[in-house]
Design a protein around this ligand. Structure first.
Ligand SMILES: [Zn+2]
Length: 257
């Protein structure tokens, strides 16, 4: 039996699947990973865009917004790829408990998974939030303000500092999302880690919580991860092609082919 076949069998036997995704699932939609060379990440230093820096000076906030102003058009135009649609298919088959994602691009929701089933560990680019009063703004009008020349937008309500609702380097992990992700990982029967190198906390911890609680663990990532030895199956391939093959097999087996 090949690995695709084996993973599809595990999925057939599972009813509460937690899918964990990292940047590798979005690259096939043209959303670039900050680790990948070329493009915008060559011109901005991620460490300069840290949360402490953002809080520290107007100059840092200007740099931060310049970066996100440039990043936004690619994000807003990105369309789900077949890997993302394959995950949405697991939802339609009634097998998906939730998606836990490190991505901020909103592509899981675009693929048809209801928002309440997507736990965004690193926040989202779709919203901007005031750090003083908590007022939330949709991203698009803020983008228009940036494009018409505003360098560092401020809160309409309190003039406080506003920031995309993403978790920056040096910013605390969101409490509810982290706890909820740990809870879901502990209660699933299959933990499917996709397109993440599983290095950063708390991502690194989630598959181990699932495994300790008796779930099966499958890792699909282009390169090996530090958790491969704990996994039941590891597939080092591109995520889109692999996932669509797996879900096709699941559907075929459900139909009894
Ligand atoms: Zn405010």
């Amino acid at each position: 039996m090949n690995q695709i076949d084996a993973v599809s069998d595990i999925i057939l036997k599972s009813s509460k699947i937690v899918v964990f995704t990292g940047a590798g699932i979005s690259t096939e939609s043209g959303v670039s990973d900050f680790r990948s060379p070329g493009g915008i990440w060559d011109r901005f230093d991620p460490s300069e865009l840290s949360f402490p820096n953002f809080l520290a000076s107007e100059a840092s906030r200007e740099k931060y917004w310049a970066f996100y102003k440039e990043l936004w058009p690619a994000m807003v135009d990105a369309e789900p790829n077949r890997g993302l649609y394959a995950i949405a298919e697991l939802h339609h088959l009634g097998k998906l408990d939730c998606v836990i994602t490190q991505n901020i691009d909103g592509l899981h929701q675009k693929s048809g998974i209801p928002g309440e089933k997507v736990i965004e560990l690193h926040g989202t680019m779709q919203w901007v939030v005031c750090l003083e009063c908590g007022k939330k703004y949709p991203r698009e009008p803020i983008q228009s303000r940036l494009e018409s020349g505003e360098k560092v937008p401020r809160c309409d309500a309190c003039r406080g500092i506003i920031k995309p609702a993403t978790i920056s380097f040096g910013q605390a992990m969101p409490e509810w999302e982290t706890r909820e992700a740990q809870k879901r990982a502990a209660a699933c029967d299959l933990f499917l880690a996709i397109g993440s190198s599983l290095v950063v906390y708390p991502a690194a911890q989630m598959p181990l919580i699932a495994k300790d609680s008796g779930a099966k663990m499958v890792i699909i990532n282009l390169t090996p991860t530090s958790h491969d030895r704990y996994a039941d199956i590891v597939i080092n391939e591109k995520t889109g092609e692999t996932l669509s093959q797996i879900v096709e097999q699941v559907k075929a087996k459900l139909k009894g082919d």
